[in-house]
Structure formats: structure tokens, C-alpha cells
Design a protein around this ligand. Structure first.
Ligand code: FES
Length: 145
């Protein structure tokens, strides 16, 4: 039921860990399942993401999607990183079972939260970046109604 790519990123997750002096850190949780995701980004003076790491207290799908998401944002500008949606991550992983789609939102939201933190620390605005939620359940519910 899981694609080979999902299994590969689950068994050999890339970019696990933390950065000592990150440019931005974002943490989000999903109260429904209790899972938590934290993403660390290192962004250079030109606004390019040089390094991305994640730590999660999350399920296998959360591990695989965060592994892929951190791979995809590395080398991108902060604006380009906004295009790395959970949809894009799922496509890169050859799909996820429908019941696991919400898990992929953790990575997207944690990246946005880390970018928001970076923007706040540097007194800049990133066009198209909305203030992140700390619990993605709020967002899921907002989308349902
Ligand atoms: Fe919570 Fe997957 S079940 S992130």
C-alpha cells in the first residue's frame, strides 16, 4: 500500500537531526493524532536554503514526507520553497494512501513555520507566506467547512 519511495524514505530518512544555529525553526503538531514535527532551516544571505533538518514524533508517513520535503527545499530560495506543498511532496513520493494525506501536511506547515521564524528574525516579509498554525487540525477543520 506504500510506494517504494515512501518505504525508502521511511527506512532511510534523509536530514534527520537538528541545526545548532538555524536561521529559522518551525514546530507544528496535529492534536488529532498527537504527532509533532520540527523543521530547522539554514538560509544564506542570498535567501537560499543551504541546509534543512527535521525531528519528529510522528508516524511513518510523517517521517517519509518530511525526509522528502527537506530534500526538496534544499538549494531553493525561500520563495521557491513555498511551492513545496504537501501535494508536491506526495507526488515526489509516488503518492500516499488517502488516510495518510494529513501526515504530509505536518512537513509543509513546519517548513512554513520555520520560514516565518526566519522572516521575523530578519524583519522581512516573504510574499505568499501566511502566518503558520501551531496545530494543523485547525487548518483541516477550516478546510472541511
Ligand atoms: Fe499523525 Fe501521521 S498519523 S502524522
Amino acid at each position: 500500500m506504500y510506494s517504494e519511495k515512501v518505504m525508502d524514505h521511511f527506512n532511510h530518512p534523509r536530514n534527520v537531526g537538528e541545526l545548532e544555529q538555524p536561521s529559522g525553526v518551525g514546530t507544528v503538531g496535529n492534536a488529532k493524532c498527537g504527532d509533532i514535527m520540527r523543521i530547522y532551516l539554514d538560509i544564506d544571505d542570498a535567501g537560499v536554503i543551504r541546509e534543512a533538518k527535521f525531528k519528529t514524533f510522528g508516524c511513518g508517513a510523517a517521517v517519509a514526507t518530511s525526509s522528502m520535503a527537506t530534500e526538496l527545499v534544499k538549494g531553493k530560495t525561500v520563495r521557491e520553497a513555498l511551492q513545496v506543498t504537501n501535494q508536491a511532496v506526495m507526488e515526489a513520493l509516488d503518492g500516499l494512501p488517502p488516510a495518510k494525506v494529513h501526515c504530509s501536511l505536518l512537513a509543509e506547515e513546519a517548513i512554513h513555520a520555520a520560514l516565518w521564524d526566519y522572516a521575523e528574525k530578519n524583519g522581512i516579509q516573504i510574499e505568499g507566506l501566511k502566518k503558520p498554525v501551531t496545530d494543523i487540525e485547525e487548518k483541516e477543520e477550516a478546510e472541511e467547512y
